[in-house]
Design a binder for this molecule. Structure first.
Ligand code: ADP
Length: 243
């Protein structure tokens, strides 16, 4: 944490509409760590653009686009979708977010190759990365979180049957739609996703720690506490220059 604050404080960044610097955040952590819930809160309260490759891919599947058709087999198996699909989607979303208050990348990059591409893309557009928030959490808790997770298919709101139940069982608080479980949250696929995370994504943590960008948070803490901690740490921090 100290390392992150010292490094981040010593650099410059671009300006957003609110007069403060636009903030670029990456969320890294295993499936079920709560990245999506926190990113949605940052979007609602701080005006940050929530960019989730998982949500974009699920939308592409629902829309029957070519990307969606190609991605579906990988997603069902809990494997990563090929870079050429994900990179294109993320770059389009980042370009759209330019000129705003900032963005939260929730689930990208997930491999060293994606991290390299992100650096190159941000450098070419004058974008900035202020911090990489690492959601630390035990795997036993994750499996419980994933198997009880429910989503609203209309607005994307995230619930949990025990930890974050909707007001009326099985229905979204915001639009009344019937909640669904994600097929890849079934125990076998979830365990495979943990393996993919450990092999392909976990190495990014050291990469970003070495660059002084890592902000580790205890993802077992309540979401409200995590929000205060993350937003309190990053909101006035200028960006670190790209390597
Ligand atoms: P979680 O973080 O809970 O695994 P996501 O909604 O972020 O869930 O991702 C769901 C699926 O979408 C992944 O299992 C993978 O197939 C695909 N996906 C998401 N992000 C990426 C990425 N950066 N690169 C490749 N595939 C991705």
């Amino acid at each position: 944490m100290t390392e992150f604050l010292t490094r981040a404080a010593s650099a410059g960044g671009g300006s957003g509409p609110a007069g403060r610097a636009a903030i670029g955040l990456v969320f890294v952590g295993p499936p079920g760590a709560g990245k999506g819930t926190l990113a949605k809160t940052l979007q609602a309260r701080a005006g940050m653009r929530h960019i989730s490759p998982g949500d974009l891919l699920r939308q592409a599947v629902r829309d029957h686009t070519e990307y969606g058709r190609k991605a579906l087999t990988y997603m069902r198996a809990g494997d990563l979708v090929p870079d050429e699909i994900v990179d294109a989607m993320i770059q389009a979303a980042l370009a759209q977010a330019e000129g705003g208050s900032g963005w939260v990348l929730d689930g990208y990059p997930r491999t060293p190759a994606q991290a390299g591409l992100l650096d190159g893309f941000l450098a070419s557009r004058g974008g900035t990365l202020n911090a990489v928030v690492y959601f630390e959490i035990g795997e036993d808790i994750l499996l419980r979180r994933l198997t009880g997770r429910r989503l609203c298919p209309i607005c994307g709101a995230i619930y949990h049957v025990d930890y974050r139940p909707p007001r009326s069982a099985g229905r979204c608080d915001l639009d009344g739609a019937e909640l669904v479980a994600r097929r890849d949250d079934a125990p076998d696929t979830a365990l495979h996703r943990f393996r993919v995370y450990r092999a392909q994504t976990a190495p990014l943590i050291d990469h970003y720690r070495r660059r002084g960008l890592l902000l580790s948070v205890n993802a077992e803490r309540p979401a409200e506490e995590l929000y205060d901690m993350i937003w309190g740490s990053v909101r006035s921090r200028p960006a670190t220059p790209l390597p």
